[in-house]
Write a protein that binds this ligand. Structure first.
Ligand code: ADP
Length: 470
């Protein structure tokens, strides 16, 4: 079961809005209302005290009498607040009694409060209560005030209106929050969905073999930026791979065509009896076959070193020591041709693939030997500096022309093919060198002058921060 991003986001926001509103309702109804009730209870007590002290004001200590009209007005005022007052003097004579004043109103009031309380709190256990207070003027006992009310507390119409307004406001807040959650969910998901669905369709295009498209939609979500740039990177590298593959195929076809055409025409001439199949002709055919099989061998090598197949097996080793052992291995060939080979430099350690670096040096030295005549010199030097290891192979050989120099690292490129036919190269050695060095995060370069010699420089990082090829 899968859900769209939009519904997921909207549901989470809705849930959050509901949770907050619910929390608000609980807070208001339980905690706030509890506080409010306590406040009302205290208020009733305080109100009663105030009435008692206002009554004391109406007693004259000199004459020992009550100012009855004022007592009555206090009683009526209290009645308006829902308090039923009865004042007796020190002797127990009733000065003023609300039930005598207006009994009907008293009963009606108590009933009204009871129904107020029942609507708000159906289980409220309250009822009519009375508290008696002694009214004193200084040390003199003036009488007793009995105050009856609906207790332990009661809510007036105003109080009830206040509480229900509060609840209505919470409901409105809740509704607004819900609508905001829905809108926010829709807006946020749309902002995320657009680049995501673009990424999905781009990935689909890639899987169908169209590598040209790129995702251009901008986003400010980090993960989406990472996703789109990963997909763009994927398309980029697939496109490059595709280009390389096409070029390789056409290069190979091109390389095979010449020897095959030669073989074919020679064979046809011999079959048709135009040529005698003598040993010289057969030898020439044999040479072409050798050329083809060498090419196939080189292609195999190239496949191993180029592109995705190149996996580096890194270890720390001494490049100078490696150069020394390569010198020993190749010395015989150099001696045979009469070319002097020297190795220079101090012990230099590097984190790299030893076999592949060895292949690089062998290729460069073989080229140097191939293009250097008897009496010439080839020098292999190892240096270190700025976190890089420099390997240079210089020779005093034929040199490379300015036109050829920029291309020699390309596959199948041979300067002066006729000369190379003799030297037997297929133009792959330097392509392999380049592939290996670049896989190490390094760079290759060459300088040369016709007739004076060439110098090939390899730079590889001493301690690569991260493996560029996994
Ligand atoms: P090849 O198998 O033909 O040697 P490479 O890729 O090794 O192929 O070299 C490509 C071309 O670069 C060679 O054919 C040659 O023309 C030129 N080249 C390479 N190294 C040297 C050198 N040391 N001196 C002169 N020319 C060279």
């Amino acid at each position: 079961m899968s859900y769209s991003l939009r519904s997921k986001l909207s549901i989470s926001y809705l849930f959050l809005a509901l949770l907050l509103t619910g929390l608000l309702i609980v807070m208001v109804n339980f905690f706030f209302e509890k506080q409010f009730q306590d406040y009302r209870i205290k208020q009733i007590q305080q109100n009663n005290q105030e009435i008692v002290s206002a009554l004391a004001q109406q007693f004259s200590a000199e004459t020992g009498t009550w100012a009855e009209p004022y007592v009555e007005s206090i009683g009526i005022h209290a009645l308006e607040q829902g308090l039923i007052l009865k004042i007796s003097d020190a002797g127990g004579r009733v000065v003023w009694d609300a039930t005598v004043h207006n009994n009907g109103l008293c009963i009606q009031m108590i009933n009204h409060m009871s129904s107020n309380m029942m609507t708000r709190y159906p289980d409220f256990e309250g009822g009519y209560m009375e508290s008696s207070y002694a009214v004193r003027k200084g040390d003199l006992f003036a009488g007793t005030a009995r105050i009856g009310y609906y207790g332990p507390f009661f809510l007036s119409d105003n109080d009830l209106a206040f509480i229900s307004t509060l609840n209505r406001m919470i409901v409105i807040i809740g509704l607004v929050a819900l609508i905001a959650a829905l809108i926010l969910g829709a807006v946020m998901s749309r902002r995320m969905i657009k680049p995501l669905s673009r990424a999905v369709s781009a990935a689909g295009e890639i899987s169908r073999g169209y590598y040209g498209g790129r995702i251009t939609e901008k986003s400010d979500t980090r993960e989406i930026i990472q996703l789109t740039s990963a997909i763009n990177g994927l398309a980029e590298s697939l496109q490059t791979q595709e280009g390389l593959r096409k070029r390789l195929t056409s290069d190979v076809a091109h390389e095979l065509r010449t020897p095959l055409a030669t073989l074919q025409s020679h064979m046809e001439a011999m079959i048709d009896g135009i040529w005698e199949p003598d040993s010289e002709r057969l030898k020439s055919c044999h040479e072409e076959i050798i050329r083809i099989s060498r090419l196939v061998g080189d292609l195999e090598k190239l496949a191993r070193f180029e592109g995705e197949n190149l996996r580096l097996d890194k270890s720390v080793f001494d490049v100078r020591e490696l150069a020394g052992s390569i010198k020993i291995n190749m010395e015989a060939e150099f001696l045979q041709k009469g070319v002097h080979l020297s190795v220079q430099g101090d012990s230099t350690s590097v984190l790299a693939d030893r076999d592949k670096i060895s292949q690089v040096m062998i290729n460069l030295l073989s080229n140097a030997l191939k293009f250097t005549d008897e009496g010439g010199k080839v020098d292999l030097a190892v240096e270190q500096g700025q976190g890089q290891v420099l390997i240079t192979v210089s020779d005093t050989g034929a040199g490379i022309s300015e036109e050829d120099l920029p291309h020699i690292f390309e596959r199948f490129y041979r300067a002066d093919p006729s000369r190379n036919r003799l030297t037997g190269g297929s133009g792959i050695g330097l392509a392999i060198v380049k592939a290996i060095v670049e896989a190490h995060g390094g760079a290759v370069s060459a300088e040369s002058e016709i007739g004076k010699g060439s110098r090939f420089t390899i730079k590889v990082p001493e301690r690569p921060e991260e493996d560029t090829r996994r």
